[in-house]
Ligand binder design. Structure first.
Ligand code: HEC
Length: 149
């Protein structure tokens, strides 16, 4: 009887750990998707004229990035050791082998956001802002993001 309880308990713990790992991966993915929404779905589309320029939407997108980007090091603190099911991108194991270097890719993004904040007034200045922020996002992705499909 005790044996059965122990085995059942171990199985449950195992299932819990798998779920927790997937939840961590999802949380990390959601953080990135949120930043992509601000930078691509709003800002990039405006620079391309796919949606009309809208100052309030620009200001909100910049503010969201300003709040979200500094949380990258803590949201990626734990290695989920698995990818989000069906995701196009995953985190390289290098993130956790080299966490200090990974974290060092964040301040340049914060700085790029701070540098353009309050200076965007039209599509031309938005384009400059987009290029400079996106360049810094890419510097982390080049090393630490894997394309899964
Ligand atoms: C310090 C490193 C780092 C920085 C800075 C960073 N990212 Fe990421 N990003 C990652 C990693 C690692 C992944 C892959 C894991 C994941 O998707 O959670 C990723 C994934 C993504 C994805 C793919 C999500 C998916 O699965 O569909 C998008 C889009 C993205 N990032 C956008 C951005 C944008 C926009 C910025 C800049 C505002 C940014 N990232 C800054 C590390 C970073």
């Amino acid at each position: 009887m005790i044996r059965i309880v122990v085995v059942a308990g171990t199985l449950l713990l195992g299932a819990g750990a798998v779920m927790a790992q997937q939840a961590i991966a999802v949380q990390q993915d959601n953080l990135m998707r949120g930043q992509a929404k601000s930078l691509y779905t709003v800002i990039m589309k405006m620079t391309k004229g796919e949606i009309p320029y809208n100052q309030a939407a620009v200001d909100t997108a910049i503010k969201e990035l300003e709040e979200s980007v500094p949380t990258i090091p803590s949201v990626f603190a734990t290695n989920p050791k698995e990818d989000v099911v069906n995701s196009f991108y995953g985190a390289s194991q290098k993130v956790w082998q080299n966490k200090a270097d990974f974290d060092s890719k964040v301040p340049p993004v914060i700085k790029a956001i701070a540098d353009v904040k309050g200076k965007i007034q039209d599509v031309a200045s938005l384009k400059v802002a987009y290029d400079s922020i996106n360049g810094k996002c890419t510097e982390c992705h080049e090393t630490y993001r894997l394309k899964l499909k």
